[in-house]
Design a protein around this ligand. Structure first.
Ligand SMILES: NC(=O)c1ccc[n+]([C@@H]2O[C@H](COP(=O)([O-])OP(=O)(O)OC[C@H]3O[C@@H](n4cnc5c(N)ncnc54)[C@H](O)[C@@H]3O)[C@@H](O)[C@H]2O)c1
Ligand SMILES: O=P(O)(O)OC[C@@H](O)[C@@H](O)[C@H](O)[C@H](O)CO
Length: 485
């Protein structure tokens, strides 16, 4: 079967929208499923509907990347978006043609730097995961390329500053799921510029000619559909190693000046983008409710025997557990209007039951400890602070996470894996929890200081291990219902 290229599509008589040639206007750090299933989809739609005519140069952020494979397909790939919009079922296949090329800075460092000479480029977009957007003091100006994403960006910005003689900078849209992503990135760039002694004029240029936007992205992207890929290749008549799947829903909240909306024609293309002076309310709502529900559901559902999100939500016990956790313990911690939050949660539960996408629990379980710390712990702490009692569903889910990790075969940081590999050395769960919950490297603080949290976690953990998840969850739900089934 032929690879996906412009020639393959022409030969097959493809009549859909394609932008084969266009100016590179965007640099994108990251070639992952999410950026391709969300940002590049938006750019492609703007190209078609509002004459944006932008091509995206994709920079591979780490040595193990897929820039070369992307070039084999001339940047093309097929995106499937499926789900409900109101009462309407959406099932769309789109060939995305906004990517001009992939650049591997490890083998094409000069091509990477040459991007800085292109005056057409106005935007830099990134999603390098939480692990990528970190300040790494070991990076230096002489590295080809510097290892971390913020250091690579600093190197590119410095090149731009030098080659344009302090001319036009960029609008930088960071999509990593960390707090204040744009601000963090700007601070990291300024820190590198100081460490590398790039001078005060460069730092002034960073401030005056570049806009670092914090953004919040929301779309469930399920990536390459391994089980159905062969069938899709046959249907399409070409082989596509970058097939991507996602829900239809999407929302991009960008904190930045009003005129961003004029510089990127989101509105004209009818895209769900909000430009605001404060993205935080959207962020807290999405991370606590949607990501919090995912992270809390995963260990409970996996131990119960489920494998995907939809089935878990449709499982009477787990569905009730997740809904109650969000409505009774997470929503009361979010400082926004209750109706707004309840409507958002209801829509999220609908999205979780999307009949067209199979979101694997195992995929979400990756790095669950840091996800729990960022996405669930804030609700737990705020709840305790506000009501002076423990949010029991959150505690039960935390106990489930530990039970799940004790079983092994986990994908998390080296330190977390090492901790659980040695779990057998503890005489009982009480001892294990002392060390685990007291580990500030895992949780950023000593969780034992939260009153009764350790004791209740141990009670649930013992029950889950002794009775199995199904029985322990049923007992838990019965207790919450004053002993009634
Ligand atoms: N998949 C979703 O539904 C979804 C939705 C919203 C946000 N996100 C966020 O987007 C991020 C990426 O998700 P994805 O589905 O595209 O994953 P992916 O594995 O397909 O892509 C990950 C990307 O990050 C880069 N990367 C990984 N480790 C890095 C490091 N240490 N330094 C620099 N770059 C690194 C990879 O090169 C790749 O480009 C995740 O962190 C996730 O939180 C995902
Ligand atoms: O992508 P992760 O692994 O950071 O988190 C798993 C999911 O919670 C996440 O991908 C959501 O589906 C997404 O954030 C929805 O916008």
């Amino acid at each position: 079967m032929k690879d996906l290229t412009y020639k393959t599509l022409k030969e097959a008589g493809y009549h859909g929208y394609l932008l084969e040639d266009g100016k590179e206007k965007v640099i994108q750090f990251g070639e992952g499923n999410f950026l391709r299933g969300f940002v590049d989809d938006f750019i492609d739609i703007m190209n078609e509907k509002s004459g944006f005519d932008a091509k995206v140069a994709v920079v591979q952020p780490i040595p193990e990347g897929r820039a070369c494979m992307l070039n084999n397909q001339e940047g093309l790939y097929t995106l499937y978006l499926r789900g409900r919009e109101g009462n309407e079922i959406k099932d769309e296949r789109r060939i995305i043609s906004c990517i001009s090329r992939g650049i591997d800075p490890y083998t094409e460092f000069d091509s990477f730097l040459d991007l800085a000479a292109n005056d057409d480029i106005e935007f830099i977009i990134s999603n390098t995961t939480e692990a990528g957007i970190i300040y790494d003091e070991t990076c230096s100006l002489q590295d080809e390329p510097p290892a971390s994403f913020p250091a690579k960006l600093t190197r590119l910005l410095y090149e731009r500053f030098m080659r344009s003689s302090g001319g036009k900078g960029y609008i930088i849209l960071s999509c990593e799921l960390i707090d204040d992503n744009g601000k963090y990135l700007k601070d990291a760039v300024l820190k590198h510029s100081k460490d590398w002694e790039l001078g005060s004029e460069f730092r002034e240029w960073i401030h005056e000619e570049n806009i670092f936007c914090s953004t919040l992205v929301d779309r469930i992207v399920t990536g390459y559909p391994s089980e159905s890929a062969e069938k899709l290749h046959r249907e399409n008549g070409y082989k596509d190693d970058f097939l991507d799947t996602a829900e239809y829903f999407g929302l991009w909240v960008i904190e930045g000046p009003d005129d961003i909306g004029r510089r990127i024609p989101f509105d004209k293309a009818g895209l769900p983008v909000i430009v605001t002076d404060d993205h935080k309310p959207y962020k807290i709502r999405k991370v606590r409710i949607l990501n919090g529900a995912h992270t809390s559901m995963v260990p409970v559902a996996l131990l119960y025997g489920e494998t995907i999100v939809r089935d878990s939500m449709q499982n009477e016990d787990i569905g009730r557990f997740v809904r109650d956790l969000i409505t009774e313990e997470v929503i009361p911690t979010i400082p926004l209007c209750g109706d707004q939050l309840n409507n958002f949660a209801r829509d999220v539960f609908d999205r979780f039951e999307n009949p067209f996408i199979d979101h694997k629990l195992e995929d979400i379980s990756l790095n669950s400890i840091s996800k729990w710390t960022a996405r669930v712990k804030p609700a737990l702490k705020d709840f305790v602070f506000e009501y002076d009692i423990l949010p029991v569903h959150i505690v039960f889910s935390f106990a489930a996470l530990i039970a799940f990790y004790k079983k092994g075969n986990i994908r998390d940081s080296k330190e977390v894996i090492e901790f659980f590999e040695k779990a057998g050395k503890y005489d009982d769960n009480k001892e294990l929890l002392e060390d685990f919950m007291g580990n500030e490297k895992f949780f950023g603080e000593d969780l034992r200081e939260i009153k009764s949290f350790g004791e209740l976690t141990q009670q649930y953990l013992d029950q889950i291990e002794q009775m199995g998840m199904k029985e322990a969850l049923r007992l838990f739900l019965k207790e919450q219902n004053n002993g009634m089934d």
